[in-house]
Design a protein around this ligand. Structure first.
Ligand code: FES
Length: 171
């Protein structure tokens, strides 16, 4: 029996296998992360943020609701403020619309133009939307305003991440 249980050939073989495995793991990790990320994102999209809007105070007149939360991006933490236009529709559902115009991303306002007191108005290029967020043909926006999913907690409104407007699609 040899005094040296590991031959030079075996040593080289083990070393190359180890280094090769390490390099393969380095290449595979980003691919695995890329494949799994949508699952993690889907979970994150279920996050609801608390607002200070009382459910009982919501009427048929859209009101602006600003809400802030802390966002963590790897090691970086920042405070984010978002806005929603909130009201109750004729069916009694709470509608919370994103104010981001679907033309070039300006901020729309309810009754922002005295000629259109019952519409959302975008001052950048005179975009108009109906109360449920539908873009009005003949104005620049090409799609309806997004809507926040809503939830109630202890009598207060919670908002999720904006999604395609479900109130317009119902028609
Ligand atoms: S950005 Fe709103 S109409 Fe152009």
């Amino acid at each position: 029996m040899s005094k040296n249980p590991v031959t030079r050939r075996q040593f080289l073989s083990y070393t190359l296998t180890g280094v090769g495995g390490f390099m393969a793991a380095g290449m595979l990790m980003p691919m695995v992360r890329f494949a799994v990320d949508p699952v993690l994102s889907a979970k994150a999209s279920g996050d609801f943020k608390m607002t200070d809007q009382k459910i009982a105070d919501i009427t048929e007149e859209p009101v602006r609701v600003d809400f802030s939360y802390e966002q963590k991006d790897a090691w970086y933490t920042s405070d984010v403020t978002q806005t929603a236009w909130v009201y109750k529709n004729k069916e009694g559902e709470i509608v919370a619309l994103s104010p981001i115009c679907k033309h070039l991303g300006c901020t729309v306002n309810w009754a922002g133009n005295e000629d259109h007191p019952d519409k959302f108005f975008c001052p950048c290029h005179n975009g108009l939307y109906t109360k449920d967020g539908n873009n009005i043909p003949g104005t620049p926006p090409r799609g309806p305003l997004d809507a926040y999913p809503v939830k109630e907690k202890d009598g207060f409104l919670m908002l999720g991440n904006p999604v395609e407007n479900p109130f317009v699609r119902k028609k």
